[in-house]
Design a protein around this ligand. Structure first.
Ligand code: ADP
Ligand code: MG
Length: 441
């Protein structure tokens, strides 16, 4: 049964998602129609629940068996410790240990493993300050930006660092959905008091993806009180969102204004250099043997977000295993082809190419169009001509014209010269590769 279910997940999820969330799950028992599944961490369980993977599982299991299978998600620790349920708060005393494992932080999401680049350096700096001086400087800290850009990573990094610096720090990490579920649960089981203890008795509260508070009146009300309580105690609050709070529909004004009390920093997609650095880091960490120019190639192809970048690397690695072939640019091109990255047909123009090349070599567009014969300008000019011929449909006279009215033979000469030099000049190959990949996304 599990094999069939896993197969379905595999078909319908990205390879990394499958590796991370499904492949780590272990079926441990089937009692009647109750399937017990062991997950490695509470984070995994949250993920399963918030992505409705348990419901998907019911469907897949039904497809496989036509039985109504009910999954029960458990953690390893819970299996070992059948009575691990926390005692009611009335009996709790100061000797109650804080279970670090309950904290739900991914130990890989640290500042050490976070690559700093243009789009995230502010967010990184703010997160670091907060981890060093929680509750003092930026409260709350709100990190916002698109999916897969490292918000959750930075948030966990704050928690991990604070615990490393002081192991008795109480950290609570939840997604806004988990907060909502907890709260609903607390109402249903008349355990609001425990709920409050759990959320207000911490040094650091991390709430991920608060955009999902949209529309949830009751939860917002409760969160408002949680927020006030922590804030008044100078406890640090860190939030993430895919947009600014005032853009979240039906988020109460009083929450919007409170979220603005601290610091809001956005994270934007990484530039090419940062993407290369992230890939290099990841390849090193996973001991993947991959040449630099191949890394650059991947980074040039995948520019949407870091999660996809990591997914591409995993895919390339899997592909190389499958073919028992080393990772080369050709292999990568093959492996990524099925991702249909070539869908985006953007019409490149000569001015765009000139601007890019000029920036890259720190010269001006006017110089590219001009007649100066110094080497530091001639070379970029020839490269820009070369790229114009390679990447656009423009005729040679048209290219010459765009470059300040030069003769088409000048363009041919430039093209041939660069093409020839490319055969033997590794540095030039890399530069042109970089330029091409930057131009072609
Ligand atoms: P978000 O929460 O913004 O959607 P995540 O924090 O989940 O994004 O990041 C997606 C993946 O990309 C994670 O595996 C994370 O470790 C990785 N990642 C994102 N940004 C960086 C970075 N700057 N350096 C290293 N890894 C990163
Ligand atoms: Mg996230």
């Amino acid at each position: 049964l599990w094999a069939e279910v896993a197969e379905q997940f595999k078909k319908r999820s990205a390879p990394t998602a499958y590796e991370t969330w499904v492949n780590t799950a272990k079926p441990v028992a089937l009692d009647g129609n109750q399937l017990t599944i062991e997950l490695p961490s509470a984070l995994h369980r949250d993920y399963w629940k918030s992505n409705k993977m348990d419901q998907q599982l019911v469907e897949y299991a039904y497809q496989a068996t036509h039985e109504d299978i009910q999954p029960v998600l458990v953690l390893e620790e819970e299996l070992k410790r059948p009575v691990a349920k926390a005692p009611a708060s009335t009996t709790a005393n100061s000797d109650t240990p804080t279970f670090r494992k309950d904290i739900q932080l991914n130990s890989k999401y640290t500042f050490d493993t976070f690559v700093i680049g243009k789009g995230n350096q502010m967010a990184h700096a703010a997160a670091l300050v907060v981890s060093e001086e929680p509750g003092a400087m930026y409260n709350p800290l709100l990190l916002y930006g698109g999916v897969g850009l490292g918000k959750t990573h930075l948030m966990h990094a704050i928690g991990n660092k604070m615990i490393d610096d002081n192991p008795s720090t109480k950290v609570k990490y939840v997604t806004s959905e988990a907060f909502t579920n907890d709260f609903i649960n607390a109402i249903q089981t008349h355990s609001q008091e425990e709920f409050r203890q759990e959320y207000r008795n911490v040094d650091l509260l991390l709430v991920d993806d608060i955009q999902f508070f949209a529309d949830k009146e009751g939860t917002q009300e409760e969160f408002f009180h949680t927020f006030n309580s922590l804030y008044n105690d100078n406890k640090q609050i860190v939030l993430t969102s895919d947009r600014l709070p005032n853009e979240i529909p039906k988020l109460q004004d009083r929450l919007v204004s409170r979220f603005a009390w601290g610091l809001s920093v956005d994270i934007t997609p990484p530039d090419l250099e940062t993407r290369i650095a992230i890939l290099r880091n990841k390849a090193n960490a996973d001991r993947i043997d991959i040449p630099d120019d191949t890394l650059s190639y991947i980074a040039g192809q995948i520019d949407s977000n870091v999660r996809e970048l990591e997914g591409a690397l995993a895919r390339v690695q899997a592909y190389s295993r499958l073919k028992s072939a080393p990772i080369t640019t050709d292999l990568v091109a093959d492996a990524l082809q099925s991702l249909n990255l070539t869908d985006k047909v953007t019409q490149l123009t000569i001015p765009v190419i000139m601007t890019k090349v000029a920036n890259y070599y720190h010269v001006s567009v006017a110089d590219l169009k001009g007649k100066k014969r110094v080497k530091t300008i001639v070379m970029p000019r020839q490269i820009a001509m070369y790229l114009s011929r390679e990447l656009t449909d423009s005729s040679l006279p048209k290219i010459g014209n765009e470059f300040g009215g030069k003769d088409h033979t000048t363009v041919i000469h430039a093209y041939d010269k660069i093409a020839d030099q490319l055969k033997s000049d590794d540095a030039l190959q890399k530069e042109i590769g970089d330029l091409k990949s930057e131009l072609q996304h």
